[in-house]
Write a protein that binds this ligand. Sequence first.
Ligand code: ADP
Length: 485
Amino acid sequence: SKLYLREPSLLREQCYLNGEWHSADSGETFPVENPATGAVIAYVPRMGVTETRRAIDAANAAWPAWRKLTAKARGGILRAWFNLMLEHQDDLAMILTTEQGKPLNEAKGEIQYAASFIEWFAEEAKRAYGDVIPTVANDRRILVVKEPIGVCAAITPWNFPAAMITRKAGPALAAGCPMIVKPAESTPLTALALGVLAERAGVPAGVFQVITGAPQQIGDELTANPIVRKVSFTGSTRVGAQLMAQCAPTIKKLSLELGGNAPFIVFDDADLDEAVAGAIASKFRNSGQTCVCTNRFYAHSDVYEAFVGKLTEAVAKLRVGLGTEEGVTQGPLINEGAVAKVESHIADALSHGGRIVTGGRRHALGHGFFEPTVIADATPEMKVAREETFGPLASVFRFRSDDEVVHLANNTEFGLAAYFYSRDIGRIWRVAEALEYGMVGINTGLISNEVAPFGGVKQSGLGREGSHYGLDEYLETKYLCMGGV
Ligand code: ADP
């Protein structure tokens, strides 16, 4: 089960700290498994508080020289990193698929998406403009400058092992901040491979570091240490809230990208074929394991049966299998807990009168594999109405009026992504404005790219990633009042 790479040196079993590759002080490691087979791919260091503290000190030491470089000089180094990611995209995708499970072409798409953040912010940091404000007195001038916030930490999830790192490290490094990344336990190998390429691109020692190990211990130090000025986290709302509390005593800046419960509304004037294509993209990408994946489909009663019929036909065409196999569209879920959650949501839906139209069971391939599933006659009493399934389960609810469906869509503590299909321009404006979400897809199921602001409202998080807004998250605003003019 050894994985074949053109360049085997991209696979690392040590952490990248202060420009060097290190094992844990204790020598301890933990295994990284292939979710499609259960086979161990590699062992990575189980680091803790001591190594984290050392990484923070190294980042702090590297900060002055890094911030002193011009944005153009930092951008040049980042561009070299971007080029290396594209050059090695096949190997990076292979590592990603092997530890995460998604189909190889989706993994390659993620590497390109991940690299795009490095490219975008390498360019954008040159435009971190300040301001000159008309004065209130003749002997003074009022100036505003933007400065890098300082040492940053990122704690990232397993569903996008590359992109969730570059979406944070790109703007941090471009702005002049060093960054320490703690990747998810399930997917550290992609993160370490990015470290190899950062080193090769000429990112100075301590500016980009990757530490693997005990989440609690590393997280405690990253949030408590006063040298760290900013923490950026993507993951569950539960852990996000905990990290926010841990950051409170030292008043750290925070970016949080947390859970969602995305609604997808099909109005009676929608193009149903386009709606189904968008539904498949938004629901079944990454086997349903993205925070912007649709969790609740709402179809108008006049088009309900037609939408369910077409959706079922499209779902039946999805192919479940090993991510490395040609033609596969659905890889395994990340682990047994993820599979059990999908099963429990299906059982709960059935007990409340739901109807399985297709799928519904573990896939014959075993491990993390699950049949893509459609449940009709979904109701608000079901778990699927309230909780993020994070798997290949599409539940379809019925509605009759615009007001009713907007109320249902907003009736959640989350507010990340929402989608709807309609051709009526008045309705499009009214619904787009009424949805309490950070991102709204109108007649599309795919909304993520590096030039647009990604993020949520309510309990889905704080701050925005990507776009020029994403750079602000790593900059402080400093006011200079010049007297004696
Ligand atoms: P998921 O449900 O996607 O696994 P989590 O929020 O559990 O989401 O994990 C996201 C990231 O947060 C991972 O890198 C994980 O290791 C990390 N994490 C989990 N618990 C903690 C914690 N107590 N302190 C710091 N990081 C944590």
